[in-house]
Design a protein around this ligand. Structure first.
Ligand code: SF4
Length: 203
């Protein structure tokens, strides 16, 4: 296969992965260059107590992930990532209902990762917003991985993007989208929609 043919083939596979992400529930999906992905140590710091009550409680969250240091290294080994988002009404993001949407987000990035592997991106790696402890294992006293056993949800749960210091606002900009900052003080009337974001490093 010549260079141009290989590039076209890769482009077609990436477009197909974007389409699958949307078929599986993403509102939008896009391919970005990893050179446009920004890592900021300060965002990973927000995963610490008291900002995040589940700090340290899962294998997918700090301090059990490689954090910004590992992500910067990873980004040098990949050229492209599929970024996807789920648009979510702000009042749901500010309620306990958000965890069911986070669950869908993790399931989509995990499925896109698997599809990417099947399409030849053998080193595909997925990440998603939110802690898998709260999303999948809230009813368990501990994370089974941290207790020395396999993950209870290896086909669904993926590491926290925040724990790696990914700048989600700039990631969304790289995908051509605008981010609305939602905090617990956000008025749903003034900012009616937000989004949950995930990404899959593909190759
Ligand atoms: S066992 Fe639960 S908390 Fe631990 S990594 Fe898997 S999904 Fe996350």
């Amino acid at each position: 296969m010549g260079d141009r043919e290989a590039a076209n083939n890769r482009c077609e596979r990436l477009t197909r992965l974007e389409g699958l992400a949307c078929e599986w529930g993403a509102s939008r999906a896009a391919t970005v260059a990893t050179a446009d992905i920004v890592v900021n140590d300060a965002f990973a710091e927000l995963c610490r107590l008291p900002d995040c009550p589940v700090y340290g409680l899962s294998a997918g969250c700090p301090p059990h992930v490689g954090g910004p240091f590992e992500m910067r290294k990873l980004l040098t080994r990949y050229q492209r990532a599929i970024v996807l988002k789920i648009d979510v009404p702000t009042d749901i993001l500010l309620s306990e209902e958000r965890f069911s949407v986070y669950r869908v987000l993790h399931e989509i990035v995990a499925a896109v990762e698997q599809a990417a592997v099947e399409k030849g991106f053998s080193n595909a790696r997925a990440f998603a917003g939110g802690s898998c402890k709260r999303i999948f294992c809230a009813d368990h006293p501990d994370c089974s991985v941290l207790a020395g056993a396999p993950c209870r949800h290896p086909d669904r749960a993926r590491p926290s993007m925040s724990g790696y210091g990914i700048d989600v606002s700039r990631l969304m900009n790289a995908a051509g989208w605008q981010m609305s900052w939602i905090t617990r003080n956000t008025s749903a009337e003034e900012v009616p929609m937000g989004a949950l974001v995930g990404m899959v490093l593909v190759g």
